[in-house]
Design a protein around this ligand. Sequence first.
Ligand code: GTP
Ligand code: MG
Length: 206
Amino acid sequence: MIIHDARFLTSNSRADLCPAPALPEYAFIGRSNVGKSSLINMLTGRNALAKTSSSPGKTQLINHFVINDNWFLVDLPGYGYAKVSKTSRAEWAKMINFYLRHRPNLMCVCVLLDSRHAPQAADLEFMEKLGEEGIPFVMVFTKSDKQSTAQTKALLTAYLAKMSEIWDELPRYFQTSAETGLGRDELLDFIAGVNKDWKADAADNA
Ligand code: GTP
Ligand code: MG
């Protein structure tokens, strides 16, 4: 897919205030600092489209971007940031749960996981919840430039082994680097394929 246009649309604290669900939507979620905003910039080829930061907790709201006037990319606040209070954590859960349930156009949640880290409870629990709610998701292993290919491969193998203890069928997964652009074509091709299904369904329902 060629990205010829990528624009920031709105930031909202509530899903019911988000743009009308007229386009297929893909949400990026994962622990604080995992690289959600950086990946959005890498995919769109716009360096400062989503705000990034080396300190966790930068993204606080539901941020909609419109790509090629054809689909929405959504940057969500991260979870699992140790310094966050219980109240803020509960607020986050409320916001995200409401968002996940109120976007009929949500085609897929991209769960970002740091490719250097062993499976973490917060991520596994979040994916289980998506499964229970029947929300489609893929796993995206980020920052793979930060270690050797062999190290990433070993971690991915261990991660998939852990997932297969929980899941009968493994979710689809991607390996990315916001630094080198690794995984860009694969992820964009995947999105283009799902967008086609959305169009086909819309035509059937017309
Ligand atoms: P929050 O909004 O705080 O939840 O974080 P985030 O998940 O949006 O992370 P962000 O994109 O802001 O990136 C966090 C830090 O990791 C920044 O310093 C980025 O430059 C760095 N980073 C993100 N992705 C990559 C990557 O693929 N490779 C390398 N080397 N650094 C990365
Ligand atoms: Mg962010």
